[in-house]
Design a protein around this ligand. Structure first.
Ligand SMILES: CC(C)(C)CCc1c(C(=O)O)[nH]c(=O)[nH]c1=O
Length: 310
């Protein structure tokens, strides 16, 4: 069984890597992913300056998934750029850098520096990054998105991708796809980021479970799988000549298989990795391999994007 993925001018031994935000804030964590069975590594969304993020508790897991309001805690762009400078690309695990500037200017200055560093790492621009006060996140503001992507395309000539928030209305899927199709340098979209502003309640303590935003936070894990699959399938259908990376609710080989069946080129794990540790990569890959063997598939292209409808 061949689990390899060839895209963006590179080859990954397998389609699995971490979701930005999990096991990727420090070099220690990034090296943990790099030394694991993961096929690639992505760093925590970074801002120009380092950030402590929100007061704790800011992450909580339940049997059904997770809720978080981390608040973009990160070591600052230069820290991740320096890691990208020393990264051993020749060992065949690509490095993605997640970029989430607090302003358009910050995003552009990080990407301009990355362009001038001529490093083989690939930016994944987080469109859930904050917008102007009183405006929704960038990913939910098509006009602001268009400006951001036009400006990025002007200063960054290499391949890049965007991390998208979940969409729920057909009009939003087509509106965003039409916008994204305009940018040839935009080679992939990662669907989905956490489902925003959920609320987990503990009836025993009669309290919320995270401190920021009076308990509101982004949902991950099993809670989001059907929404993640829908976003992967819709964007895989609507985008021309671009890849979709699946993220959301992958706990085993079965969910990884579903994401690839829906059209995903590669897949990211977040909550499951946070809860289980880096052993999750080898386990999920073994389960995916076994499932493919059982079904008679020899490689991912044998079933990628071949989800049947009724
Ligand atoms: C939510 C933001 C803080 C604006 C961006 C960073 C981020 C965070 C975070 O750092 O709180 N959590 C997520 O689940 N997704 C994200 O994209």
């Amino acid at each position: 069984v061949d689990l390899s993925v060839s895209w963006l001018g590179l080859t990954m031994a397998n389609p699995l890597y971490n979701a930005s935000g999990v096991m990727c804030r420090s070099v220690t964590e990034l090296e943990q992913v790099r030394h694991s069975a993961a096929g690639a590594v992505i760093s925590k969304s970074c801002t120009l300056q380092p950030r402590d993020g929100n007061p704790e508790p800011r992450y909580h897991a339940t049997a059904l998934g997770s809720i978080n309001s981390m608040g973009l805690p990160n070591a600052g762009y230069a820290y991740y750029r320096d890691y990208a400078r020393s990264y051993p690309y020749a060992q065949g695990k690509p490095l993605f850098l997640s970029i989430s500037g607090m302003t358009l200017e910050d995003n552009l200055s990080m990407l301009a520096d990355l362009a001038s560093s001529a490093l083989p790492c690939i930016p994944e621009v987080n469109l859930s990054c904050p917008n102007l006060p009183g405006k929704p996140q960038l990913g939910y503001d098509p006009d602001a998105c268009a400006i951001t992507l036009a400006e990025i395309s002007r200063i960054y000539s290499g391949p890049f991708g965007v991390k998208l928030p979940p969409y729920f209305d057909p009009v939003h899927f087509s509106q965003m796809a039409d916008l994204l199709n305009e940018f040839v340098g935009l080679r992939f979209v990662t669907c989905i980021n956490s489902i925003g502003n959920g609320l987990v309640i503990d009836p025993d303590t009669e309290s919320v479970v995270i401190k920021p935003k009076d308990g509101l936070g982004g949902l991950g894990g099993s809670y989001v799988l059907p929404t993640a699959l829908a976003n992967v399938r819709e964007f895989a259908r609507l985008l021309h000549g671009k890849h979709v990376v699946g993220c959301g609710g992958i706990n085993s080989g079965r969910e990884a298989f579903m994401h690839i069946l829906a059209g995903a080129t590669a897949v990211q794990i977040g909550t499951c990795l946070y809860e289980e540790g880096e052993g999750a990569f080898a386990r999920i890959l073994d389960e995916l391999r076994a499932l493919m063997l059982q079904k008679g598939y020899r490689c991912l292209d044998d079933f990628r994007g071949k989800l049947k409808t009724l």
